[in-house]
Design a protein around this ligand. Sequence first.
Ligand SMILES: *Cc1c(COP(=O)(O)O)cnc(C)c1O
Length: 253
Amino acid sequence: MTAPRPDGPSGGSADSSAPAERRGRELEQGLASVRARVADAAAAAGRNPDDVTVVVVTKTFPPSDVLLLADLGVRDVGENRHPEARDKRGAVDRPGLRWHFIGRLQSNKARAVGAYADVVHSIDSAKVAERLGRGATDAGRTVECLVQVDLDPPGAHEGRGGVAPDALPALLAVVGSIDGLSLVGLMAVAPLGSAAAPAFERLREIQAAARSEFPAVRLLSAGMSEDLEAAVSAGATHVRIGRAILGSRPSLR
Ligand SMILES: *Cc1c(COP(=O)(O)O)cnc(C)c1O
């Protein structure tokens, strides 16, 4: 049943552009299906789908995928590690792309990230914020910042980052006061092993409370491939989607 594939050196129809075209079609389909999911979830929640930005998470995938995504109209890409993020941004070099740093940020790397990230979703300590701000001002730029909130029950820690909800206001005050940083919102990851919807509803309440004191906290980054519907339903303005667009990653995370 399997057709012979003309992919050997002697295969007369071998075409060096075919793999890129095939990958482009895969990415196009992944994007279309995610945009349809976002549109359905927004409609169900009575929201405008244009108010939800899909950040396409390209971690572990090559710069060539970012270029194909850019050709498909993607403007927001997400990376979770330094220096992979810096190197990929350098290799892609496309004006108009916004680079989001979404992974846990160690304080000894924060200054470097401040030199190139456009948006950082994962601020979870004053030390990280201060160093990120120093890196940004050294480079003469401003980084948009979301503070990551830990939605895991106390004690259930897996080192996924985030500040405890009761420590949030103090950290928002710090981030809001640092040169080179522009406070714009909150981010969270759904807790492992429990339903995303109630966690994201709680995040929405945390945002509403924070926003009454810090009006700048208007963006909400929540939702990944598995749980984007629950996030859009709870008011997410940014969903961070990797696998549903790019396919599965080599194990790592
Ligand atoms: C990898 C990652 C994502 C994307 O996850 P998928 O399951 O591939 O959609 C989103 N947010 C963070 C913080 C990540 O590290």
